[in-house]
Write a protein that binds this ligand. Structure first.
Ligand SMILES: [Fe+2]
Length: 228
């Protein structure tokens, strides 16, 4: 059974193809031809057992993530085929190209998210990330207050701590869905998923409790390593 996003994606591709009679090539056949483009889903099963995150919730989340990897490959393969077939001037090409941001970011943001989980203990207050937070926000606590407040905002999306590579400053961003409002020229440092699927199985509507569980499990070493 397709999940909501897979359904939307398949529907979008299908509608694009239907409207002009463009035939979607066999993905299996394309896979062999375009192996260099394919992304592979990473295994995050080591996160199972993490305090505050149920196994069912995590397994569902891994499956959802794998769907983004599959669909990223499908969209890239189809776009590549359209390029080879001289179909780049079509509305279908344009719509699929727009779709790529959704699928690709859905894949990559989950990778950042899972990779900045699985840690124990709080942030090292003497480390460079904590010092940078204190420098840019006044204190680590002020940064945390801001990050959690963004996470508590109504709506679905992501909370992302970014570092602006131009002026070096840290900024907490709200990312709507996956693909809207990523700041250009900034490096992601810490990513938190606040789509309902990230917490509802375990916490219902108590998003704040999920955010607390997320904070207990941040892999601060992984986050700090992203601070270039
Ligand atoms: Fe998610």
């Amino acid at each position: 059974m397709l999940n909501r996003r897979q359904f939307i994606s398949v529907t979008a591709i299908g509608m694009a193809a239907l409207s002009t009679g463009y035939t979607i090539p066999s993905y299996e056949k394309q896979k062999k031809e375009d192996k260099k483009m394919a992304y592979t889903a990473k295994d995050y099963s080591k996160l199972i057992g993490m305090e505050g995150f149920g196994e069912t919730l995590l397994k569902n989340h891994f499956t959802l993530y794998q769907g983004y990897v599959t669909n990223t490959n499908k969209v890239l393969d189809t776009l590549d085929r359209m390029l080879k077939d001289g179909k780049t001037g079509t509305p279908e090409f344009a719509e699929l190209k727009r779709r790529l941001g959704w699928e690709f970011n859905g894949m990559r943001l989950h990778e950042y998210y899972f990779e900045n989980l699985g840690g124990k203990g709080g942030i090292n207050k003497d480390g460079k990330l904590a010092k940078k937070m204190a420098e840019d926000f006044g204190s680590y606590e002020a940064w945390e207050k801001d990050f959690k407040a963004v996470g508590a905002m109504r709506g679905i999306g992501w909370v992302a701590l970014y570092r602006d590579s131009v002026n070096g400053k840290l900024i907490n961003f709200w990312i709507n869905e996956h693909d809207v409002s990523h700041p250009a020229g900034c490096d992601p440092v810490l990513i938190m998923d606040v789509f309902e699927h990230a917490f509802m199985i375990d916490y219902g509507l108590k998003r704040a409790d999920y955010i607390e569980a997320f904070f207990k499990n941040i892999n601060w070493g992984a986050a700090e390593a992203r601070l270039k």
